[in-house]
Design a protein around this ligand. Sequence first.
Ligand code: PGA
Length: 257
Amino acid sequence: MRRKLFAANWKMNLTPVEGRALIAALRAILDPRAAQLARDRDVIVAPAFPVLAAAAQALAGASIALGAQNMHFEEKGAFTGEVSAAMLRAFGVTYVIVGHSERRQLFLESDELVGKRAAAVAAARFVPILCVGETADERDRGRTLEVVMRQLQAGLAGISTEQARRVVIAYEPVWAIGTGRTATPEQAATVHGALREALRDRFGATTADALPILYGGSVTPENVDSLLAKPDIDGALVGGASLKADSFARIATSGLA
Ligand code: PGA
């Protein structure tokens, strides 16, 4: 059975003090259920870079893992504003989000750049969470699958079948992010099914069938269960609702008794 993953993407929110407080509140709810969670899912938080140190400390001994929101593909050098694999490793990061639509849209990251980042993340033995998703305009023009497939192929261009065993895909329709307008479970399931097929073609069924495909875009405690009920939806990448301990904990425990 595929493991589920619930990832909190804090984006550019929370200072170190606020991040520490949120983790303490999350742990109060999730730590008592650690054994139950560990059976079928992973839970991570992805703070902004300057909050990683505080978050790492606050997570000591927790079953919640640490993620980063981006990573450069070079080991070091003149890349102002970027961070390297070694820097992230120093804080115990194990997951790295790449190709988030905010990076693509607001910071003009190309498919090719996202592919280089994803390859470097995998080569550094972190788990890349590769985000793909269409804009409202692309959906309206019937181009959803064409766009997400292009992003998927380019994003995975430098990933071997061996490395693909430790990759996560996140389908995040741009029109659903931060808008309160979630994709219906059916809309999401159609794209997740197509992504799974493409992953089978690329890596073979065994690898593709073990790889979590998350949904992201206005996931809430109210809609998470119906999304997770779809066979190819294996978890959630959560923005707004991850900034409150009770709502993210509710999402991360979706489907548990
Ligand atoms: P949202 O963000 O949950 O606030 O829509 C999701 C994301 O961008 O990962």
